[in-house]
Design a protein around this ligand. Structure first.
Ligand code: NAG
Ligand code: NAG
Ligand code: NAG
Ligand code: NAG
Ligand code: NAG
Length: 812
């Protein structure tokens, strides 16, 4: 192959790899109702379309704007959400009649609450669509009693419940972005409730300051005395492309009081620019869907404030994908203080500036500037430059998930480093928790929060309480942001790479990282179990010395009684959606003539005297191996009918049905009755197997052991083959990338060391010493992640020796 061909192959490989590398497979998946992540729900048949969520400062009351109602929910308790008070606020029969007469659907005529903001310490300001005739009112925040007379809601709240809007109250004044007419084609950004010398302001609409926008969010930055609005709109400046959509950030100053003659009662400080969520020269993700603000870290300047936005794309090439980009306040400010495009009033075309700069558009304090200056800012409101994302790259790109809402927070890891954690809600009803790392995002987990997909949603993160609230059409769901106790060994805790969780060697539990605690095992960046779990001091080191280990008896494993010539199928569960499974037999190779390793990780073979004995199912993740199941295949006392043994038949059978966890012949129950393992429901769905393969975690066989998982997977052979190839490619690349570091580590450990320190600490108590030893034995690390691993030092049937001492870290 010539070098061009080689290059082509490399490019092809890389393009195959890139979706893998950027692919976001959540490590663990919690389905609906999983006890691993207990969700608390509030729903009531009287409450629906909970579109607006507002959390009190103390995090104890959640105000909900729903259909025809405002609710105050008591969210202090972990296990329940109480309805504290409810305000019913619905249009009268007459209003509804008029709404229907105007040709609106009855279902769209109720009062959908779309503005809910704290006005002062005692009152909330609320606005609703009110039968296509928006109204606003003052609501007492304790009693939820409403003021007697309501305000007209025009310009504050949309008429149509399907139109998006945003609102924020600063110093008792309401700043809104919404459409201000019945037909929905007069968008406006305006200020209301101004008093004294302050006047209500709105956008001058003679020059088309907004073009068919969809408003997404708004944020007040006190230091700047500015409010930033986020929206998407049609880009007039690119008039060569039909209906090109761009995302925008716009600004106004809270000190604005309008001009004296020019721009009277109009913003003098409005400016807008493009937000460009784009990596390199790829197609941009041009349509903003949601935005959240991340205040600067303690001690950092306000300019380090970040805005995280979800973006989707207008183009088919990117359909179904979504991206997250972050933008620095400093970059936004610098674009607004730069040059502006100029609008030709005759042709309504934009061009770069040729005229002299008379004023600085976007500057605060222009209220008594000259008419000339005000005319200038009135015509120059589109900044020439675009705001580019931090690092000029996407923070997250997902080809599989369409994200619709996000919340962001900073979390201090056990190493005191700060990590950015995103909570991303997918269209299909999953909440992803992703930690942003230099090499890309790692999705720690996903939690299913609703099914089927819901059209109306909102997301609210309570950082001090560590919970995420999700508003759906049916109610409110409270999702704990983390559950460290779900991970019950040091290895699992570290592999999760969850910055909220660290392994505490003293209590031998995976616990929440708090500022006060030190010495927790955690490795968010690398997930290196061996380093993280060994670096912490082990309190009972002497208790599991090598002597004990060598006298430990062979693990019983699960007995599988078979008749000779029966087809046996052993299940191997996955430790996580990112793990790889493999099988081992003590002292013997798994020859492909005798054994069939199926795509779901299970092992199939014909029972012969040679194949009786112990089987270990191992799971490899991030270079770390753990034992997921142990089987002892033994001959039944009474002989059974011989079964066919040809390899083709074997394969056919294996593929025929998911079958029970261990099975013989045509999958009858195992001869020796075993209590069926109780399902812990800590469900894990494997990425390699596709969405439908559900695994169940079961009670451990013996204390201290890793949870056993059993797979019930339909066969999707083709998909699996493709995914496997991709996976192998990915892993290949990963191995290559980490080869250097890993090789060095192995080199250090080449010589087996007598009495090496135990390599894993786990959740067992000293009383559970024997099992603990076994566990310790099973949690061994060996060769490269994908290496066959037939070199285990485990010798069963009474002559068990410590694998760690003899063939522990055998290098390749
Ligand atoms: C956390 O996980 C553990 C173990 O799966 C479970 O018992 C517990 O209920 C979970 N807690 C929450 C709040 O989800
Ligand atoms: C209200 O919720 C229902 C589903 O419960 C949904 O069909 C309807 O579109 C929602 N209405 C609005 C205005 O969002
Ligand atoms: C809050 O605003 C409401 C409505 O304007 C007013 O009646 C109330 O007195 C205010 N409360 C305080 C503490 O200022
Ligand atoms: C600008 O207007 C403010 C009142 O809005 C006034 O106090 C001030 O003197 C004016 N400044 C100038 C330079 O005219
Ligand atoms: C998953 O299972 C459901 C019901 O069992 C089925 O309708 C669906 O087609 C399956 N999905 C895939 C990808 O096979």
């Amino acid at each position: 192959m010539d070098s061009r061909g080689l290059l082509g192959l490399t490019v092809a490989l890389l393009s195959l790899l890139s979706p893998c590398l950027t692919g976001l497979i959540p490590r663990v998946s919690f389905p609906m109702g999983s006890p691993g992540r207990r969700l608390t729900r509030f729903s009531s048949h009287e409450v629906s379309n909970t579109t607006t969520l507002l959390l009190s400062d103390d995090g104890e009351t959640l105000y909900v704007g729903a259909r025809d109602a405002v609710l105050a929910l008591d969210v202090r308790h972990k296990d329940t959400i109480f309805l504290r008070t409810k305000l019913d606020w619905s249009p009268s029969e007459k209003d509804l009649e008029q709404c229907s007469m105007k040709g609106k659907k009855k279902a769209d005529c109720p009062n959908f609450i779309r503005v809910l903001q704290f006005l002062n310490t005692t009152h909330i300001y609320a606005c609703g669509t009110f039968a296509f005739s928006p109204r606003c009112t003052y609501v007492h925040s304790d009693t939820l009693t409403m003021s007697l007379n309501t305000d007209e809601g025009r310009g504050r709240c949309p008429y149509d419940p399907y139109q998006r809007n945003t609102a924020v109250i600063v110093d008792g004044e309401l700043y809104t972005a919404t459409v201000a007419d019945y037909r929905g084609n007069r968008p406006v950004i305006s200020r209301h409730l101004s008093e004294g010398s302050r006047v209500d302001l709105k956008l001058d609409d003679t020059l088309g300051w907004l073009e068919d926008p969809t408003f997404i969010g708004s944020s007040f930055i006190p230091r700047e005395e500015k409010i930033y609005f986020f929206f998407s709109e049609v880009a007039r400046e690119y008039n060569f492309i039909d209906k090109l959509i761009v995302s925008r950030v716009s600004q106004i100053c809270t000190s604005d009081v309008g001009g004296q003659r020019t721009l009277q009662r109009r913003w003098t400080t409005f400016a807008k620019t493009q937000l460009l969520c784009q990596a390199g020269s790829e197609l941009p993700y041009n349509v903003i869907q949601d935005v959240d603000i991340l205040p600067p870290a303690e001690g950092a300047p306000a300019d380090d404030t970040l805005f995280y936005g979800i973006f989707t794309s207008q183009w088919a090439g990117n359909s179904g994908r979504s991206a997250v980009c972050s933008f620095r306040l400093a970059d936004i400010k610098s674009v607004f203080s730069g040059n502006y495009k100029v609008l030709n009033r005759d042709t309504l075309q934009w061009s770069a500036r040729v005229q002299e700069k008379v004023a600085n558009p976007g500057e605060c304090g222009l209220h008594n500037a000259s008419d000339n200056a005000l005319r200038f800012v009135k015509e120059n409101f589109l900044a020439e430059d675009s705001v580019r994302p931090v690092g000029k790259r996407l923070s997250v790109m997902s080809a599989e998930h369409t994200y619709s809402h996000l919340a962001v927070q900073r979390v201090q890891g056990a190493n005191r480093r700060l990590y950015t954690v995103l909570f991303l809600l997918t269209e299909s009803g999953y909440l992803h928790k992703a930690v942003l790392l230099p090499l890309g995002a790692h999705v720690v987990e996903e939690v299913r929060v609703f099914e089927p997909p819901q059209p109306v949603r909102s997301l609210k993160l309570s950082v001090p309480k560590g919970v995420v609230f999700v508003g759906t059409s049916e109610g409110v769901v409270r999702v704990p942001a983390y559950n460290c106790s779900y991970y019950w060994t040091c290895a699992q805790c570290v592999l999760s790479r969850d910055p909220f969780c660290g392994w505490d060697p003293v209590s031998r539990a995976c616990v929440e990282v708090s500022g006060a605690q030190s010495g927790l095992a955690q490795d968010v960046d690398g997930g290196n179990v061996e380093e993280a779990c060994n670096s912490i001091s082990l309190p009972h080191r002497t208790r599991f010395g090598p002597n004990k280990l060598s006298t430990a008896s062979c693990p019983a494993g699960e007995l599988v009684a078979v008749s000779l010539n029966e087809v046996v199928r052993l299940q191997c569960p996955a430790a996580s959606q990112l793990s790889q499974q493999l099988w081992e037999r003590p002292n013997s190779r798994l020859s492909s003539d005798l054994y069939l390793e199926l795509d779901d990780g299970s092992l199939s073979f014909v029972a012969t005297p040679a194949t009786l004995g112990h089987y270990l199912c191992l799971s490899t993740e991030n270079g770390y191996r753990q034992t997921m199941a142990i089987y002892h295949v033994r001959q039944k006392s009474s002989p059974a009918t011989p079964a066919p043994t040809s390899r083709a038949q074997l394969r056919a059978r294996a593929a025929a049905s998911p079958g029970p966890r261990t099975s013989a012949g045509s999958w009858p129950e195992t001869a020796e009755p075993k209590p069926s393992p109780s399902v812990r429901n800590a469900q894990v769905t494997t990425g390699q197997l596709g969405r439908n393969a559900t695994l169940r975690t079961e009670e451990p066989e013996f204390p201290g052991e890793e949870p056993l998982l059993s797979a019930r997977c339909p066969n999707y052979l083709k998909e699996l083959a493709v995914v496997s190839v991709l996976l192998v490619l990915c892993l290949g690349l990963l191995i290559a990338v980490t080869a250097c570091g890993v090789r060095q580590r192995w080199r250090r450990k080449t010589a087996p060391q007598e009495g090496a320190p135990p390599r894993d600490s786990n959740g067992t108590t000293p009383e559970e010493q024997e099992p603990l030893n076994e566990n310790d034995l099973f949690n061994k690390r060996s060769g490269p992640p994908l290496h066959g691993g037939h070199s285990s030092g485990l010798v069963c049937n009474g002559t068990l020796t410590d694998s760690r001492q003899h063939l522990p870290n055998t290098p390749i």
